[in-house]
Ligand binder design. Structure first.
Ligand code: UDP
Length: 381
């Protein structure tokens, strides 16, 4: 089978590799001049490995995914820790016993802290659907206003009342001093960065990769099947309007020594214009660098020529998505996948897991003379 894969991020690379190993011939087309999508890493001239599109930390509960990625890279042990600034005070995120005690000036045990936070939480909210309701129900107004309200408004550009509760569900609330940002059993960072691992996945005799290439719909039609991990609205020439994304701007700075002692510091106050500062060398604690590269991160609405990051998925965008999904389902011989192909806020491990599922279904469909469907995961689900 002659297969085209559009996009050389994790989605495209994993599908390409799996199908190449099954004996198919794969052409991968990537519009940027590098692979790995927004996970792309590059060494700065100082030697520091830079997460070019912002912090990416690998964490998963899927054993299959963890085993898969370790076939292609050595993963170094890494625990992500984040500091959060509120006014002039520094706290350890995510919300845990230490944060609660330092915020309220207390010395609670875990049980006391839990009981105390329960007195702050708004129990009248029984069915929280918005980010704000979910936060108020979970931790109450003081913690919400300090840590979530300002940061979330900066990050998403809308009132947290308009955002879904699922965004807050990304963050744990713990009544211990565990300050690991993620709770998943498998965590780490590839020793030589994410671009190296995606290159390794794509390194197969049945795979050809064309960078800086936008392939036309007409050319795609010459293939037996297409896997599209680019923006779903771009495939259809934005005929139902552009799907909204947030994009990020980074202002890089090179400094001597250690700027902040940890990889990420969140600035929760609405008055601070940036959301966070990333100090890249702390993503590779096994390396040692005298110089440091830091990025101040600013979030804004994504323009037509900007790099899309976070799908907005509010009421307007969901209605547009319904129209695009309908078009996609009517299209023959194209499977849409990944963050941009299904317009969802996906972590790397979920992306890889879904790409493996797409590859499993496709291998089987091809073997039976059929084709995989437009979606293996419902983008509206
Ligand atoms: N968030 C917040 N304050 C913080 C960190 C996160 O309000 O200090 C909210 C914010 O809305 C953010 C969401 O929690 O978009 C998810 O945070 P996460 O760190 O998972 O975001 P990512 O690293 O994917 O941008």
């Amino acid at each position: 089978m002659r297969v085209a894969v559009v996009g050389a991020g994790f989605s495209g690379a994993v599908v390409a590799r799996e199908l190449a190993e099954a004996g198919h011939n794969i052409d991968v087309f990537e519009s940027r001049d590098h692979v790995a999508g927004n996970c792309h890493t590059r060494r700065h001239e100082s030697g520091v490995m830079v997460h070019v599109y912002g912090p990416h930390i690998f964490h998963t509960q899927h054993e299959r995914v963890w085993n898969y990625v370790r076939r292609f890279a050595n993963f170094k042990p890494y625990r992500h820790r984040v500091r959060a600034m509120v006014g002039e005070k520094a706290f350890q995120m995510p919300m845990n016993l230490g944060l609660i005690n330092s915020f309220f000036g207390t010395a609670f045990t875990p049980a006391e802290a839990e009981a105390f936070v329960a007195t702050k939480a708004d129990a009248t909210i029984t069915n929280p659907t918005s980010f704000e309701d979910q936060a108020l129900r979970l931790v109450g107004r003081e913690l919400y206003e300090a840590f979530f309200a300002g940061y979330t408004r900066k990050q998403w550009g809308v009132d947290p009342k308009e955002l879904p509760a699922s965004i807050l569900a990304r963050l744990p609330l713990r009544f211990t001093d565990d300050d690991s940002y993620f709770s998943h059993p498998y965590q780490g960072i590839p020793e030589h960065g994410y671009t190296a691992i995606v290159e390794a996945i794509l390194d197969h005799p049945n795979i050809g990769v064309s960078l800086s290439t936008r392939i036309s719909r007409a050319e795609l039609q010459t293939y037996d099947h297409v896997f599209w991990s680019g923006p779903i609205d771009a495939y259809f020439d934005h005929q139902h309007g552009r799907l909204g994304y947030r994009t990020l701007d980074f202002t890089p700075e090179v400094v001597d020594g250690d700027y902040q002692g940890c990889p990420v510091v969140n600035y929760c106050d609405a008055e601070v214009p940036y959301t966070r500062i990333t100090e890249h060398k702390h993503f590779a604690p096994w390396e040692s660098h005298d110089t440091s590269v830091i990025y101040r991160e600013y979030s804004r609405l994504c323009g037509d020529d900007d790099v899309p990051y976070y799908p907005i998925r509010l009421v307007k965008e969901k209605a547009q998505l319904v129209d695009y999904v309908q078009l996609a389902r009517a299209e023959n011989g194209v499977t849409f996948l990944g963050r941009l192909g299904t317009y969802r806020y996906l972590d790397m491990d979920v992306t890889i897991n879904e790409a493996l599922t797409v590859a499993d279904a496709s291998r089987q469909a091809f073997a039976e003379g059929g084709r995989p469907p437009a979606f293996l995961t419902d983008p509206l689900g």
